[in-house]
Design a protein around this ligand. Structure first.
Ligand code: DAH
Length: 343
């Protein structure tokens, strides 16, 4: 019967339909599986088929439909696979990204930017300076005597064949740079990388980051420093945060202090972080030593000021509960991806 031949022919067509890309596959879908597909009208002609062959005809038309479905599925998945492997064959940097992971800030940058932002709000300006320093700005100007252990080769990376060029050991060197090139009032925040010849371990690294702060003007007092640092602590750790200043020693400040913030001992995490005391050590600070002012040609009889230094890695490790400083320098995507939503 002619109508049976037509179904046969249709099955042949379905099997032979040329498909080599997604567009052709879509045309195939419209032709044989879409709402206006060409199988439907043939099925409609079942009324012309004699009763005893109606069942056979129905099966034949179904076969056509199933053939189209099977071919569609098969080609769909093989085109998809081909697409993925193509992606690796040629690298086209102009293609839009797949949107899975748009990158994220490094935890060190997140913490550094936050600190900068907090001080910018009260009028501090960012000062960026060189990482290769000379002995004078890093040590001498900062009132660190010749025989100070920090000057030892074991702590400081000196440049080859040089006794005076070194990798700065702290951002305090920026204080000397700024004080010798600007007149008070000075209000700066200096973020940056510093280097020390330390054995690399979970707790220490030969490179890390600090943010230095310096405020010089007439009549700057210890109370000004305390109030500024309290503001910082509350911006950083929450509005009710309490601080305490413990006496300490730094060659470039007198008096010197270390600032702790109150974390409490309510949770296991805060207990661990504060070694059971509730207090977390956050930064070093003090009133700028008159010798430092003198070294930089600022009259200590007229001006006074305070300075502070914050270790970024340590702050980031506390904030994100990171237990190994090396993770911050390895750029392992599995680690970095965890900060996608962090701000
Ligand atoms: N430079 C010190 C260090 O690297 C940190 C520091 C302490 C900086 C006290 C300061 C300060 O400005 O006043 O350990």
């Amino acid at each position: 019967m002619e109508i049976f031949d037509q179904v046969e022919k249709l099955i042949g067509e379905i099997n032979a339909y040329p498909i080599s890309n997604a567009e052709e596959l879509e045309q195939f879908r419209i032709a044989y599986l879409g709402s206006k597909n060409s199988i439907k009208p043939i099925f409609g002609r079942i009324k012309d088929v004699p009763n005893e062959r109606k069942k056979e005809f129905g099966q034949k038309v179904n076969e056509a439909k199933q053939t189209a479905e099977a071919r569609f599925k098969e080609l769909q998945s093989s085109l998809k696979n081909a697409g993925t492997s193509d992606k690796y064959k040629t690298f086209d940097p102009t293609l839009p990204m797949d949107g899975e992971w748009e990158g994220s800030r490094h935890p060190v940058s997140i913490v550094m930017n936050k600190i900068i932002h907090v001080f910018e709000k009260i009028g501090f300006e960012v000062a960026e300076e060189r990482e290769i320093e000379d002995d004078w700005h890093n040590f001498t100007a900062m009132n660190t005597p010749e025989d100070h252990p920090a000057r030892d080769m074991q702590d400081t990376f000196y440049l080859k064949d040089s006794k005076s060029s070194l990798l700065r050991t702290h951002t305090s060197s920026v204080q000397a740079r700024v004080m010798t090139s600007q007149k008070p009032p000075i209000r700066i925040i200096a973020p940056g990388r510093v280097y020390r010849n330390e054995t690399i371990s979970a707790r220490s690294h030969c490179q890390f980051h600090q943010v230095e702060g310096l405020y010089i003007d007439k009549n700057v007092s210890f109370a000004d420093m305390k109030q500024t640092l309290l503001y910082f602590a509350r911006e950083m750790y929450g509005a009710d945060t309490d601080i305490r200043l413990r006496p300490s020693f730094f060659p470039f400040t007198e008096p010197s202090a270390e600032m702790d913030v109150w974390m409490g001992t309510d949770t296991d995490a805060t207990k661990r972080l504060t070694k059971g005391t509730g207090w977390l050590e956050v930064l070093g600070c003090g009133m700028v030593d008159p010798n430092v002012l003198k070294n930089c040609d600022i009259d200590p009889e007229v001006y006074s000021g305070f300075a502070f230094g914050i270790g970024i890695e340590r702050t980031a490790m506390q904030k994100y509960e990171i237990n190994d400083i090396r993770l911050l320098f390895e750029n392992d995507l599995r680690f970095l991806k965890q900060f996608s939503s962090a701000t």
